[in-house]
Ligand binder design. Sequence first.
Ligand code: ADP
Length: 562
Amino acid sequence: MIAEAKILIIEDNKSDADLLCRELKKSGLIFKSEVVQTKATFENALQLFRPDIIISDYSLPSFDAVTAFRIKQTNYPLIPFIIVSGIIGDENAVELIKEGVTDYAPKAKLFTLPTKITRALKDAEDKKEKALIDEKLKIQTAELIIANKELLLQNEEKERRATELVNLSDSLHKQTEELSLANDLLIMQEVKVQAVNEQLTELNQELEFRVTARTKALTESEHRFRNMMETIPQIAWTNTIAGEFIFYNRRWYDYTGLSLEQTKDTGLRLAIHPDDLKNSSGWFTMIREKSEGGEFQLRIKRADGVYRWHLLRMMPIKDEQGETQQWVGTATDIEELRLLQQQKDDFISIASHELKTPLTSLKAALQLLDRMKEAPSAKMLPMIVLANKSLDKVNILVADLLYASKVNEGQLHIDPKNFVLSSVILDSCQFIRAEGVYNIQTCGDMNVEVYADPVRIEQVVTNFITNAIKYAPESKQITINIKKVKGMVNVSVIDKGPGIPAEKQRFLFDRYYRVDNRGSHYTGLGLGLYICSEIVKAHHGEIGVISEVGMGSTFWFTLPVA
Ligand code: ADP
């Protein structure tokens, strides 16, 4: 039951309204009320006051209970509506109640009103509750319907899945059968595979054996190759077909003084003479393209900075199909060889010149003699002397050449005997001594005897003396000194000529060597001192020179005492 009921009273008579309120209060009803008289105030109160119950006079000057009831009924059907009136009859009241009015109380029996109000409020409350319950029921029913639909859907899904499961099960069954078949096949194949496997293992072992043997052979071959590369006196290396570094032998590092890193980076290029670089790179490319190998000469820098000529040889290493796999290169120092070559070329030109000069004189003399032969006269004599001299010169030159070539071939024959050395020395160069231009003095141990070939020893002494005259013409004094030193006799021929530069002295006894080869105005083939040296060596003696530029030269040799 509502604690404080809100009662809307439709009444135009204020005292009736007050009376009504008093009656209600008397009955103990707790309420608050609002009184309206017109349609507008009624509609307003319905919205703002929101009454729990409406008590209406039946007839008002501008309004009436029936109109009020219909307005209320449209918007608030649950609010109870009680009509209080003195003029309405019971039949009308019944009609109104049939229409939906809650109750009716005559003004004369106002005391019945509280009970009716209480009942109407109670009914209204019940109705509200019922309406609420109905509403809830409606919602629940709707929810149930939805849940039901959901369940139906779920059921359908379950059925679908069940069907799927059945299908899946069938398919699985089939697959299991297929798998079983496949398994059988696999087992069969496995047996075959095992057999093949065994064969393969055998083959593998065989191959492994062969590979091991081949690797061993290759390692040994590689080892032999490296050893060979290390033992040859030349610089040697290998590189790829693209020209990249693989290996350089020790001789390379020792000779060039380059490190492994420098060699890797720039290889040969670092050591090649700048003037030879361009030609050599063209040559390398050409050799690689031809794939046949070849050789080339260039200068390589030694660790001390000196460039020396080398002969470079490149050879391809080919596989069984003839394809080049890598390159082997060697560099041979040919500096000496080139020098000798140069000397030989020089010699040929000098020899031709030397021979040509007396031959031209000889020819001229003979031509003159030929013209004079019809009328011989004393004028012919100097011509004959000139012809003879020229012939002698040619003879000497040819003899020297022949002798040198004999010596070179190891055919120097000596016929030794004991003799007094000074006698042979005094006999030498008789014609020079006879001229009296040069003072040739012999001193020292004049009695010492040697065991040697006197002809060859005279040849040596003559060569020393003629050289002294040829190369030191201003020095008129030539001294020959004989002295015994520790079982050997030392003979030295001393002149006061121009002397010989120190750096050239060690080559003086080499074949074809001449100190001033090109510009020399002295004749000679560079063979005299070489022949002397070979003669002295054949006697187990030594030969040498002491000389200083501007001070003169002393050529000496030793012989064993007899
Ligand atoms: P060649 O036939 O040219 O004289 P040699 O073998 O006799 O050859 O001498 C070699 C070189 O040594 C000569 O070319 C000369 O330059 C030098 N030579 C030899 N003797 C003397 C000397 N007494 N004084 C200066 N130079 C000399």
